[in-house]
Design a protein around this ligand. Sequence first.
Ligand SMILES: Cc1cc2nc3c(=O)[nH]c(=O)nc-3n(C[C@H](O)[C@H](O)[C@H](O)COP(=O)(O)OP(=O)(O)OC[C@H]3O[C@@H](n4cnc5c(N)ncnc54)[C@H](O)[C@@H]3O)c2cc1C
Length: 400
Amino acid sequence: MNSTVAPRRHEVLVLGAGYAGLAAAVQLAARTRGRGDLRVTLVNPYDTFTERLRLHMTATGRRTAELSIPELLDGTGAEFVRGRATAVDPGARTVRIDDGRVLRYDTLVYGLGSVADIAVPGAAEHAHTLDGPEGAAVLADRLDRLARRGAGTVVVGGSGLTGVEAAAEIAERHPELTVVLLGRDEPGAGTRPRARAHLDAALARLGVRVRGGVEVTGVLPDGVALADGTRVPADAVLWTSGTRVLPLAAAAGLAVDGRGRVVTDRALRSVSHPDVYAVGDAAAVRQGYGVLHGTCQSGMPTGVHAALSILRTLAGKEPRDFRFGYYHTPVSLGRNDAVVQFTHPDGSPRRIVLTGRWAAKYKETVTASPWPTFVRMKKAPASGAIWPRGGRHTRTRSTK
Ligand SMILES: Cc1cc2nc3c(=O)[nH]c(=O)nc-3n(C[C@H](O)[C@H](O)[C@H](O)COP(=O)(O)OP(=O)(O)OC[C@H]3O[C@@H](n4cnc5c(N)ncnc54)[C@H](O)[C@@H]3O)c2cc1C
């Protein structure tokens, strides 16, 4: 009798097929295709990829491409599970899915992204958000009905880049509606004066009424309340101010930061649970200049790096340090205008600013690029490992 037992397959479970989770899953699956000793399983509530960078377009009724995740994974050996993770048990190394299934893992990649921070009273009940395709479609429907009525006021709460993009998009698509953009900061804060001037002019051209320096204290069924005691009436409120992450990691006892993000080491492993890697917006990844703020440009590299760290660890090697430097902040201002503020690796603005039609083309190229990158990575995984490492801004003693 043959007593040899086949070695158990190493199970890598990736939670979330966003920019970061999908990058991790494709990179891992492509590099281990046909190996039989490692299996990748990807869990996501939808079987199409949500281009979160386009959700402000979805919210104005524009159709975006149907990008099938199972088709992308086809031929890589990775398995796709449609579902929503509801609990992680790091002791048992299992994840519970909303349909009751329990999935086992040896290594977990946590990439559940972030959602709008609706902590302000009334926002959860009365405000729309751009957290997913369904919510964006509900807003699109509401805006359509207001536009058919011929008038209405839409308040966009939050003057960060998502708020600016959404306000411009709504104003361009629905010129009959009054769009009010409210926030603590002036739009474009943190960009060069030339970028800010272009942004201000574009918002004015589109008729967006901007009020910076205000604090929204509550969202009401018919408007928003401000800290100075006044109210801004609205027929619809879109909330874009700040982001928060799902409480799953904190509930599971993983070390998280003040915003609930999984705190990682330089290889992108959880500092409390090294068999858990965290990527994208759900991770608190420290670089020489500070903790990464959630962006697509940094999210995809974290996914690829986590995959490479997992493979190095399984091969008995020390994983490399993750290093990333920002290079741009592109902001769309409707379909034919944009501002691109080029940045230093630490995110501070450089002198170079692109505006107008060329900036809009640049922004569209950037927005459209993740999916072709995944497709390319499936065939040539090394192509996904190219990103700016940040030079001296991210160099530490161990990376010299
Ligand atoms: C309107 C808008 C415009 C933006 N524009 C830009 C931009 O121009 N440039 C830029 O760099 N960034 C931009 N961002 C930010 C960018 O979208 C995020 O930083 C990026 O999506 C983070 O990628 P991620 O993979 O971490 O998360 P996500 O892309 O949010 O992916 C998370 C995935 O996890 C899934 N998920 C959620 N909960 C569960 C669960 N319980 N179980 C399983 N799966 C789950 C989600 O469905 C999703 O597929 C924009 C954001 C918005 C909203």
